[in-house]
Ligand binder design. Structure first.
Ligand code: NAD
Length: 300
């Protein structure tokens, strides 16, 4: 029997806990965590993502606001805006929605964000701290939201993070957004980690060895059922739109879900698996950044 890991339900529980904690923080200190999401241009998927983040933030009591900036905004002006938000004491989290227009260097912008407000966890300082961990992340470290969401799904599947110790984990994908930070997190939780990517040979063989598989390649149903070890726990990060026979389209993951059912111990569905956890973990990071700030000010 394969357990289907319900990311929607787990994310709802996390958001409810965060709402309680934010209400308690506000009652005790009068502080409302503040999140600013900067969107440059009109990228249609990005527009949906930033609205989702803003709504989710408000629902848990975070002062979440999207700032929409024109597509032709010069890089220097975006850097100035980031700098102003860095200095604003009512803002605890800053997120610059990617992708940026081609005339803006994302690395320069992400590096300009105050690492203490870097709720996406993409600043090189935060990425570097994560890469150096050999034990679970400290409370003040802002970890990228999608890998953090995957870790919480693994915790749910395994009944605790201690169960990760010594497990063979395969991370499919080496992006800085998902694959690399995911591998670092699993390593910090004592997994034996392999990272596979587009140049990996014998991918099916690598997959079959994995007790934990996190698939983030962005290739529809790349991983077939017979590539999976019986009793593996599978976290499918991929979001791929594919055409249907009826002329419409549907979302599928990087793993052939129907083939995996009945074979593996647990798997996340697409949609309804990792996606909702990513948004919930952004809210968690915003509260984490706010608490760290209060601790620095001696008001924690
Ligand atoms: P990316 O394109 O930056 O990276 C993909 C990685 O997969 C690369 O490292 C590449 O080497 C590897 N890869 C590609 N084809 C491969 C193949 N055939 N065999 C082995 N490896 C292969 O993508 P990303 O930003 O890391 O995102 C990956 C997927 O996760 C996408 O489908 C994306 O939409 C999805 N995603 C979902 C969430 C969420 O919240 N659910 C968040 C971020 C990304």
């Amino acid at each position: 029997m394969t357990r289907i890991l319900d990311g929607k339900a787990l994310a709802a529980r996390l958001r409810a806990r965060l709402a309680d904690e934010i209400a308690a923080l506000r009652a005790r200190t009068g502080i409302v965590p503040g999140l600013r999401v900067l969107l440059v241009g009109e990228h249609p998927a990005s527009l949906v993502y930033v609205r989702t983040k803003e709504r989710a933030a408000r629902e848990v009591g975070i002062d979440g606001r999207v700032e929409r900036l024109p597509v032709e905004l010069p890089e220097a002006s975006l850097l100035e805006r980031v700098s102003a938000l860095n200095a604003d004491p009512t803002v605890h989290g800053i997120l610059v929605q990617l992708p940026l227009p081609p005339h803006i260097d994302p690395a320069r912008v992400l590096t300009a964000i105050d690492p203490a407000k870097d709720v996406d966890g993409f600043h090189p300082l935060n990425a570097g701290r994560l890469a150096q961990l050999s034990s679970p992340p400290p409370a003040d470290l802002l970890v990228p939201c999608t890998p953090r969401g995957c870790l919480l799904l693994l915790e749910e599947a395994l009944g605790g993070l201690e169960a990760l110790r010594g497990k063979r984990a395969l991370v499919l994908g080496r992006s800085t957004v998902v694959g690399r930070p995911m591998a670092a997190l699993l390593l910090a939780h004592d997994c034996t980690v392999t990272i596979a990517h587009s140049r990996t040979r014998e991918l099916a063989h690598e997959c079959r060895r994995a007790e934990i598989l996190v698939a983030a390649a962005g290739r529809p149903e790349l991983v077939r059922g017979d590539w999976l070890a019986p009793d593996a726990v599978v976290i499918d990060v991929g979001i791929n739109r594919v055409p249907t026979a009826e002329g419409g389209s549907r979302l599928v993951g990087d793993v052939a879900f129907d083939e995996a059912l009945g074979r593996v111990a647990a798997i996340t569905p697409v949609p309804g698996g990792v996606g909702p956890m990513t948004v919930a973990c952004l809210l968690e990071n915003t509260l984490r950044a706010c608490r760290a700030r209060l601790a620095v000010e001696g008001r924690g």
